[in-house]
Design a protein around this ligand. Structure first.
Ligand code: PEP
Ligand code: MN
Length: 270
């Protein structure tokens, strides 16, 4: 057990997802598959001393034949399990129709890469996030420039102040050895152009679990404010993105390595 474990206690008074002196790590499965699966993973996240649990209830799958998520039932599990373990929750909003119910049930709203340019959705999520004081993670479209991404972020804040966190999750290039190409240059570029915090999703960028930890280290060294990492109690049985999900042991090792880098740059991990 580490000192950082105690950070969980303070989460009730958390002023926001991103805190200046901390690296925030969001962990959890790609998709909420069952009550048991989410609870098993939540226990792991809690035991690691982290404060944010991710899990998709509405899954925007490229193939219509892939698992589409448990939808409302998934949100119900996320809310209940988040509260039980004292974890803040992060889940994706895929549609203006489900934006309200997602905001009723989760602490942080995520806009996925496929929806970065869905301006009607951005406006709706911005309105709801402002009213309900929710933070929004805006993933970069996999074919979007940094300028387009920053413009998209302004749709979220058009109707009032909202905590917006940018998330680089890989862009499409000609290389096929990784699922996408993680553009870590986005970190210093965003620092130069914007005041918004930026986190990195190494899971969707790399697409393979053994490549996630090295790029997580690099992301933190480059100055990212945090990570969102797919973690599963049993990746081999995952219904979605198991090949890129870390098992409990791998997640513990990632955290150990990130803490070392964080201490070099004067930050703590939560
Ligand atoms: C996700 O985080 O579950 C997800 C679908 O990511 P992305 O939108 O980056 O593909
Ligand atoms: Mn995924």
């Amino acid at each position: 057990m580490t000192d950082d474990k105690n950070n969980n206690k303070d989460i009730g008074n958390d002023p926001g997802l991103i805190q200046k002196d901390y690296i925030t790590i969001i962990a959890g499965p790609c998709a909420i598959e069952s009550h048991q699966q989410l609870e098993n993973t939540a226990k792991i996240v809690k035991d690691l001393g982290l404060s944010y649990l991710r899990g998709g209830a509405y899954k925007p799958r490229t193939s219509p034949y892939s698992f589409q998520g448990l939808e409302e039932k998934g949100l119900e599990y996320l809310k209940e399990i988040g509260q039980k373990y004292g974890l803040k929750t992060v889940t994706e909003v895929t549609d203006t129709v489900n934006a309200g119910i997602v905001a009723e049930n989760a602490d942080v709203l995520q806009i996925g890469t496929r929806n970065m340019s869905n301006f009607a959705l951005l406006k709706k999520v911005g309105e709801i996030a402002f009213k309900k004081k929710k933070a929004v993670i805006l993933k970069r479209g996999w074919a979007s420039s940094i300028k387009e991404w920053l413009q998209a972020s302004e749709y979220l804040t058009m109707n009032g102040e909202v905590e917006v966190i940018l998330c680089e999750r890989g862009i499409r290039t000609f290389d096929t050895n990784t699922r996408f190409t993680l553009d870590l240059a986005a970190v210093p570029v965003i620092r130069k152009l914007s005041k918004l915090p930026i986190i990195i999703d190494p899971s969707h960028a790399m697409g393979q679990s053994d490549l996630v930890t090295p790029m997580s280290r690099a992301a933190i060294a480059a100055g990212a404010d945090g990570l969102i990492v797919e973690t599963h109690n049993d990746p081999a049985s995952a219904l979605c993105d198991g090949q890129q999900s870390l098992n409990p042991k791998e997640m513990a090792e990632l955290l150990k390595q990130i803490k070392k880098i964080a201490s070099v740059i004067g930050k703590k991990v939560r």
